[in-house]
Design a protein around this ligand. Structure first.
Ligand code: CDT
Length: 312
């Protein structure tokens, strides 16, 4: 048996603060053209793919602040991407900043959507693990204000039956948390799409540079894929954006944990891997047969507590 889907990882180079959303979308359409030429059926774009990684800037609520967010999806800026993808019969994952009016409140999320091969949005995810801080921090070499710009996602980690498989989503910092993958693994996920924007240095530990950051990214994604018997495509926005360096290193990982494709540049670059979703079956039926081997009676602390409780 095989359920083959050729996957494109559409890494984006930097999007500067003054670049328009329609310009970013035309770069994505160019990557989609390449993906079509390569025979891809699904393409993964980065987190916050329509704008610069604005959480590095402290901006008070203003027209500029509001312009970072999308009120509806699709909208006129992204329409060319939806239209071209549907014309090519390519499904895709896209990260963007969402503003929603719910229960008489304005709510802001770091969001991604899953779009099927007909151009229909089949799933929406809101980032759960928001890194960084909620207030301007003068001690840092640069800001990471995700807790200022967004609230934590409120939909958990759902998965969707689409494109002949079971697809899930997460965003950037989520990839460092084993719970992210396991919650999807417990729903039989076969393909996890994830976009990221990862600064190339640690703002609180400048000696932690791009090599170590790439290592941590690979380590987290490969472990998540292997331990949950799923493909994972982790796709970056990369390069020097508004004077700040973001790592590249986009990868597509097999359920064995092996890297199938890796980006070589920090620019717009398409990586491609032929993913047979049936390759997940062996691992799901053997070493990671959850029903046979998991011992949830010993895992209570994982949901009962957040921080560490030290022994007496
Ligand atoms: N975008 C995002 O989640 N970036 C984080 C940076 C962590 S450092 C505050 C990441 O985990 O890559």
């Amino acid at each position: 048996m095989s359920r083959l889907i050729k996957v494109g990882g559409a890494q984006l180079g930097p999007i500067q603060r003054d670049e328009s959303k329609s310009s970013a979308v035309s770069r994505m359409v160019a990557l989609l053209d390449q993906a079509h030429a390569e025979g891809c059926g699904f393409v993964v774009f980065p987190e916050l793919a329509l704008t610069t990684f604005f959480p590095r800037h402290y901006i008070e609520n203003s027209d500029e602040f509001r312009a970072f967010y999308e009120q509806e999806m699709p909208n006129p800026d992204v329409k060319p991407l939806f239209e071209k993808a549907a014309e090519y019969g390519i499904g895709f994952y896209l990260g963007y900043a969402e503003v929603a009016r719910e229960d008489d409140e304005t709510r802001y999320f770091n969001t991604s959507i899953l779009v099927d091969q007909t151009g229909k949005i089949v799933g929406k995810y809101r980032k759960v693990h928001l890194p960084g801080h909620a207030e301007y921090d003068p001690e840092r070499t640069f800001q990471h204000l995700e807790k200022y710009y967004f609230e934590p996602g409120d939909v958990g980690f759902p998965v969707w039956r689409t494109m002949d498989g079971i697809f899930g989503m997460c965003l950037c910092n989520d990839r460092r948390w084993p719970e992210t993958y396991r919650v999807m693994g417990l729903q039989g996920v076969e393909f996890v799409a994830l976009g990221y924007n990862t600064p190339a240095t640690n703002s609180q530990k400048p000696e932690e540079g791009p090599e170590e950051r790439l290592f941590h990214s690979d380590l987290s994604v490969q472990a998540g894929a292997y331990q949950n018997a799923t493909f994972v495509a982790a796709i970056a926005k990369a390069g020097v954006e508004d004077g700040n360096h973001l790592i590249g290193g986009s990868i597509i990982v097999h359920p064995s944990g092996q890297i199938m494709a890796r980006a070589e540049t920090e620019d717009d670059e398409l990586i491609v891997a032929e993913c047979d979703l049936d390759d997940t079956v062996f691992y799901k039926k053997t070493i990671f047969d959850f029903a046979r081997h998991r011992r949830p009676e010993h895992y209570g602390r994982i949901v009962d507590q957040t921080g560490v409780i030290l022994p007496e």
